[in-house]
Design a protein around this ligand. Structure first.
Ligand code: HEM
Length: 459
């Protein structure tokens, strides 16, 4: 990483003073022209590698969530709002949810949303026929707000023909406020709630109430053809896994956030590109005359949409954190230390976090549903005031979203396990410890000669 080129940087602040937040993607583009498709930046406390190579980016995106993860702030901010959905979950929790949710997006379900799309598109068409549009992007945002609200909340908000709806006001403020929290360098709202934070909580509470009614109706009616995403999610579940109400709320909010600005901006760029290409407009008109329903495939139109998104991507930057790289680097770093140094270093690094956790001040979600800690403790006997330390019972920490922890520590050639779990979130721990006994025996059978196994069996 050190060898990668990159713009010169300031002491301590790195490249921060050169960043133009609203034009970051242009800035990255300019640096790409100068330093190539792979270059490095420094920000206080973090190193960034900018990758503009499409093949490499494809590989990186496929290596989620194992090798790379989204910004950790997204998961913790969404989790504390009780709304961790597909866009914010990571690791195994993401894998499970993805398997459960994907059938909801199948072609048959999306087709059954078509009448809703047709109604709302008709309203936009009438609006533009009556008054020539002044703010096309604004109108398209109203359009996508209406579509996503109807498809998630089963709520016909109709911002195209009217305004001032209370739900609309809630939706308008949720996205920028969540964004503000994700990009805030300090999680100030955990200590002081500003007016915006209180408004966010009120908006989420109101949406939660509305959505509870939609979920109740969908569970009661269980229709075969879904008319909204909640019904589609419920149809997608099977005997092995099902959605809780909280998970449905999280997915509905995800769709509201993920599906609005992305689609409205993509459509605005599409219209912009079409405005400069009358010949392309003409060909699209011909194709739509021949294949009038969007339910049929319109290959030329689809190709134009994809090209427009290639020319002006509405999410030009995807920020990811390199999980595997940092775990490997940390292991190498720790591997160069003596066992006692590892314990001291680990304590020093995690102390602020442990203190925050102990005083209820850390509200960040754990990135894994289970913690595993493996410490190569002291090899020689330890004494305190002449008394010999016979054994160590490791007890580690649980954190928000992490109900199970295994810690094992080595001492004098033995390995000591501690298992800590939350009673009301897990099956009885005795099942697990009994299974561990069996697993240790199996491992010993496989690996150890008989003379070494005897003390193991007795211990
Ligand atoms: C032109 C429109 C859209 C663009 C450009 C766009 C872009 C993106 C991008 C860049 C990601 C992150 C990919 C990654 O990190 O691997 C993403 C994820 C996601 N988007 Fe979209 N999106 C669009 C429309 C939508 C719509 C309409 C919905 C919902 C109906 C949606 C729902 C999601 C969800 C649920 C995820 C997370 C998927 C996962 O991690 O499993 N998006 N989108």
């Amino acid at each position: 990483m050190d060898e990668l080129p990159g713009p010169s940087r300031w002491p301590l602040l790195g490249n921060l003073p050169q960043m133009r937040p609203s034009l970051l993607h242009h800035q990255f583009d300019e640096w790409c022209d100068e330093y190539g498709p792979l270059y490095q930046l420094r920000m206080p406390g973090r190193r960034i590698v900018v990758v503009s190579d499409p093949d490499l980016n494809r590989e990186i995106l496929r290596d989620r969530p194992g090798g790379f993860r989204r910004q950790s702030a997204i998961e913790s901010v969404m989790d504390e709002m009780g709304s961790n959905g597909l866009f914010s979950l990571e690791g195994d929790a993401w894998r499970l949810r993805r398997r459960l949710a994907m059938p909801a997006f199948n072609a048959a379900h999306l087709r059954s949303f078509h009448p809703t799309l047709e109604t709302i598109t008709g309203r936009l068409r009438r609006r533009w026929e009556q008054h020539s549009p002044k703010d096309i992007r604004g109108d398209l945002t109203r359009y996508t707000v209406d579509v996503t609200a109807k498809l998630t909340f089963d709520y016909d908000i109709n911002t195209i023909e009217q305004s001032g709806d209370i739900i609309q006001r809630h939706l308008e403020l949720i996205f920028p406020l969540i964004n503000r929290r994700i990009n805030s360098p300090v999680p100030y709202w955990r200590y002081v709630k500003l007016p915006g934070d209180r408004a966010l909580e009120r908006a989420l509470a109101a949406l939660r109430t509305d959505l509870a009614a939609v979920i109740g109706r969908a569970r009661a009616n269980s229709p075969q053809q879904p008319t909204n995403f909640i019904e589609a999610f419920l149809l997608a579940q099977d005997d092995s896994a099902s959605f809780t109400d909280d998970e449905l709320f999280a997915e509905a909010l995800t769709i509201l956030i993920a599906g609005q600005d992305t689609t409205s901006n993509a459509m605005a760029w599409l219209l912009y590109h079409l405005a400069g290409n009358p010949a392309v407009q003409e060909r699209i008109r011909d194709e739509v005359t021949e294949i009038p329903s969007a339910l049929g495939r319109q290959p030329y139109l689809e190709a134009v949409v994809v090209e427009s998104m290639r020319l002006r991507p509405t999410t030009p930057i995807v920020g990811l954190e390199a999980v595997k790289y940092y775990i490997r680097a940390a292991k190498q770093h720790m591997g160069e230390m003596a066992p006692n140094e590892v314990i001291g270093y680990g304590l020093a690094v995690t102390l602020p976090w442990i203190l925050g956790l102990s005083f209820g001040r850390t509200n960040t979600a754990a990135s894994h549903p289970m913690g595993i800690s493996n410490v190569p403790g002291p090899r020689n006997p330890l004494y305190w005031n002449g008394a010999r330390l016979e054994t160590i019972y490791p007890i580690s920490l649980l954190m928000h979203g992490n109900p199970l922890n295994f810690t094992c520590i080595g001492y004098q050639g033995g390995l000591h396990f501690g298992v800590l779990g939350v009673q009301d979130k897990l099956p009885p721990m005795a099942y697990l410890t009994a299974a561990m006994d069996v697993a240790v025996d199996e491992l010993a059978d496989l690996l150890l000669p008989d003379e070494v196994r005897t003390p193991l069996a007795a211990g």
